[in-house]
Design a protein around this ligand. Structure first.
Ligand code: SF4
Ligand code: SF4
Length: 225
């Protein structure tokens, strides 16, 4: 046994590493070819640059550009004096839709919007009414946590919540960022009532009935007959 071990060790020690080819040293001529000649920039534009400097050409060019804009209509807006209308479908502050006849909120307190909200900033408190209907006691949105993703709008099956075009709600008071049910219904009156609301529902409300229809040509499983 000891003899075998000794023979293995002897064999292992006899194995030598393969030879790595060592590159031949570069000849002086090859070394010289690696060295690229460094050339200094030719003083082509030296005279031109000199004249440019002494006659302030670039400064005059800049001044002429500035002067040309003095007689054009300014493109900047003097906000907040000049306000900008938000684009249709803009996702601004929320509003709860009022029923036109009863002037009550359309929301039934189903809680789908709160369930869908990714930042969990909607809180709904409901109770049971006299005729066992669900009554929305409080509906609150912490707008500072809102992402304005619009998922609450899409989730609502009753067209009861919308995102208005209102974006100017900066305030030093933190309370103003807790939108209560009353504030949300006021927002509907201020920003989405009448034609604006109709336009919003017509053009930006989703999902619509036809979004759930089976696309033409898609195979449909109809079960066993
Ligand atoms: S817009 Fe998005 S983040 Fe904001 S309340 Fe609706 S679902 Fe939540
Ligand atoms: S806003 Fe719509 S989804 Fe949210 S609780 Fe009211 S009815 Fe339900």
């Amino acid at each position: 046994m000891e003899d075998n071990e000794a023979s293995v060790t002897a064999n292992e020690t006899s194995v030598t590493a393969p030879e790595v080819p060592v590159p031949a040293a570069a000849s002086p001529a090859e070394k010289r070819s690696y060295l690229k000649p460094v050339t200094r920039a030719m003083p082509d534009g030296l005279l031109k640059g000199f004249f440019k400097k002494i006659f302030f050409v670039e400064i005059l060019q800049g001044m002429s550009l500035t002067m040309s804009y003095m007689f054009k209509k300014p493109v900047t807006r003097q906000y907040p004096k000049e306000k900008r209308e938000s684009m249709p479908g803009f996702r601004g502050m929320h509003a709860l839709v009022r029923k036109p006849l009863t002037r009550r909120a359309r929301c039934v307190g189903c809680g789908l919007c709160a369930a869908m909200c990714p930042s969990k900033c909607i809180t709904i408190y409901t109770s049971e009414g006299k005729t066992h209907e669900k009554v929305v006691d409080r509906y609150e949105i912490e707008i500072l946590r809102c992402l304005f993703c619009g998922l609450c709008v899409e989730a609502c099956p009753f067209q009861a919540i919308v995102l208005t075009g209102h974006y100017e709600y900066a305030n030093a008071a933190k309370d103003s960022f807790l939108l209560t049910k009353e504030k949300l219904m006021d927002n509907w009156d201020k920003y989405m009532t009448d034609e604006k609301g109709k336009f919003y529902f017509k053009n930006f409300w989703a999902p619509r009935k036809n979004h759930f229809e089976t696309p033409a040509g898609q195979a449909v499983f109809k079960g066993k007959r």
